[in-house]
Design a protein around this ligand. Structure first.
Ligand code: DON
Length: 313
């Protein structure tokens, strides 16, 4: 697979996975610490994959836009990796799994304001701070990048979600101020938060996300237009970081169950990469206690099993 897998077989597999996801509906809870997300109809499921030739397959609500939330942290890191020298990023944020909740403040104090990795909230805020200080109109660029990578010019911010996050910013503001107190975050906290929340509030479907992340399966090349998004080395590095840190304190369990680099968001989306083969996005809003989609995780397990992909052996 997928060389041996015809489009018909792939589509049948996706349809089956979408059908089986119905049995997982009702488990878990939508994220309600962001009130705008609590209003999403919980029992929905979508799935899409994009192979390295740019072919897209989808099932269920694969076309329904959702709030990508923490999946945006990867897109922001990509902008930083494309435009800034390595040392400007990695002297201010680590590359180690945190073993802590995505929004925990405990480790940040112990480690003097240097976040463990760019995917926990503190690390993503730090990357946003770097972008805000270096790049004009960064919010506009974040949206442009999402549109270009997914070949969908209609992608936009859900401003209601961004506003809702800003209205309930206390914990992220606390993380940002703590990093500022340690001299690691340089900009204005509210500007960093606004920018970070807008990235989280990008509204994309499983098809959009699968397309946007296909370059990570294709040595950094976007299959839709042949452009180089990241170098092969940077792509390998980013996939390594996604495998070890992409699902926070459930990263080990995800590697065990799914065995792929991945990134989740509290909107219920999870993107996973099969290097050399395809990118996959699943979405279902109900989350487990780690903030990861319950039905999405199970669907990924079933899909990987059905495809027989096992990059880890
Ligand atoms: O900052 C937050 O808490 C959210 N905007 C994003 C958190 C998130 O998606 C964590 N992922 N599972």
């Amino acid at each position: 697979m997928p060389e041996t897998c015809s489009p018909e077989v792939l589509q049948t597999l996706l349809d089956r996975v979408a059908q089986e996801a119905r049995q997982d509906m009702g488990e878990g809870k939508v994220a309600d610490y962001i009130p705008a997300l609590a209003q999403v109809e919980p029992d929905q499921f979508g799935i899409a994959l994009c192979d390295v030739e740019g072919r897209v397959f989808q099932a269920g609500a694969g076309d329904t836009p959702f709030s990508i939330q923490s999946i945006s942290k990867v897109l922001n890191l990509v902008i930083a990796m494309q435009r800034l020298p390595e040392e400007d990023i990695w002297t201010r944020v680590g590359r180690e799994p945190s073993g802590q909740a995505f929004n925990s403040i405990v480790q940040l104090e112990v480690e003097r304001g240097v976040p463990r990795n760019p995917f926990i909230n503190a690390g993503a805020l730090l990357v946003t701070d770097i972008l805000v200080s270096r790049i004009m109109s960064i919010q506009y660029l974040m949206r442009e990048q999402a549109r270009r990578l997914s070949a969908n010019p209609t992608i936009n911010f859900d401003t209601r979600v961004a506003r809702s996050e800003m209205d309930h910013k206390a914990r992220n503001a606390a993380l940002a101020y703590l990093m500022k107190a340690y001299g690691n975050l340089h900009g204005e906290v509210d500007e960093v938060l606004e920018t970070y929340f807008h990235g989280c509030a990008l509204s994309m479907s499983c098809v959009d996300v699968a397309r946007a992340f296909a370059f990570l399966a294709h040595r950094g090349i976007n299959p839709h237009d042949g452009s180089e998004v990241l170098s092969p080395q940077q792509t390998r590095q980013l996939n390594a970081l996604l495998l070890t840190c992409g699902l926070y304190d459930a990263a080990g369990d995800f590697a065990w169950r799914v065995g792929l680099p991945g990134k989740s968001g509290v909107g219920g989306g999870i993107v996973a990469i099969v290097p050399g083969r395809m990118s996959i996005c699943v979405w279902s809003p109900r989350l487990d206690s780690y903030g990861n989609s319950v039905a999405g995780l199970r669907a990924l397990e079933r899909l990987v099993d059905g495809l027989g992909v096992a990059p880890l052996g």
